[in-house]
Design a protein. Structure first.
Length: 127
């Protein structure tokens, strides 16, 4: 049986690195990881974290831009993208029987090189 080799694009590799960097950053901020790359029929959730102090669930969308030619990473969060994240978050909460949990949607925007110094944490985003 032959298997077709799956090779990732540079964009996919950079995106994965950005998600790992964001995860490390949030862990250093005291959040706890629940799940990464959670897929559901309405979309993907990059990171799902929990705040130990408030026990609220934090759904994190990670956005990365290597350069600013087409705008910053934070500018890529459109109302449509936010609503997709919101629907995916609500679906995840329902699937895990946690509809009554407090939650928020945050964005980790990274511009330029992948380093902590280039991370912008936008908390409780509302578009």
């Amino acid at each position: 049986m032959l298997r077709k080799a799956i090779s990732l694009t540079k964009k996919q590799i950079d995106g994965s690195k950005a998600e790992r960097l964001a995860e490390q950053f949030l862990l250093q901020q005291g959040l706890e990881l629940i799940e990464r790359n959670a897929f559901c029929r309405v979309g993907e959730l990059d990171l799902i974290m929990r705040s130990p102090s408030t026990q609220s669930i934090i759904f994190v969308e990670v956005r990365y831009r290597a350069n600013l030619k087409r705008g910053s990473a934070s500018e890529t969060i459109t109302r449509q993208k936010f609503l997709r994240c919101l629907k995916a978050a609500e679906f995840w909460l329902m699937k895990h029987n946690m509809q009554q949990s407090q939650y928020q949607i945050d964005v980790i925007a990274i511009d330029g090189t992948l380093s902590f110094s280039n991370i912008h944490w936008l908390q409780a985003v509302q578009v």
